[in-house]
Design a protein around this ligand. Structure first.
Ligand code: SF4
Length: 96
């Protein structure tokens, strides 16, 4: 009995770990979402446009492929994947 206890415990531990991973895998898109607070602060980023100026009309904006209305990224805000197409910052440059 004792000689099977260790593999059984290992199996249970592995099974528990696998169950714990399910939410992480299911919501991996959100888990990877990140913001760059330092750059946002420095460039006075806001989630709303300034008149006709918005991230969606900015040269620096990188939209999500096939989902241009979802949050994308910005070429000058490294690691930030939550840039709203309707956002704005002081580094706005009109898209040609
Ligand atoms: S530079 Fe500013 S306005 Fe332009 S996409 Fe980046 S965050 Fe938006």
């Amino acid at each position: 009995m004792t000689k099977f206890a260790t593999p059984r415990r290992q199996f249970l531990k592995i099974g528990s770990a696998a169950l714990a991973m399910i939410p992480v895998v299911a919501f991996s898109d959100r888990a990877l979402a990140a913001t760059n607070a330092a750059m946002r602060g420095a460039l006075k980023y806001q989630d709303k446009p300034l008149a006709e100026k918005s991230c969606g009309t900015c040269l620096q904006f990188v939209p999500v492929k096939d989902a241009p209305t979802k949050p994308g990224s910005c070429k000058i805000m490294p690691g930030d994947t939550e840039i709203s197409p309707t956002g704005y910052c002081t580094a706005w440059v009109k898209k040609p």
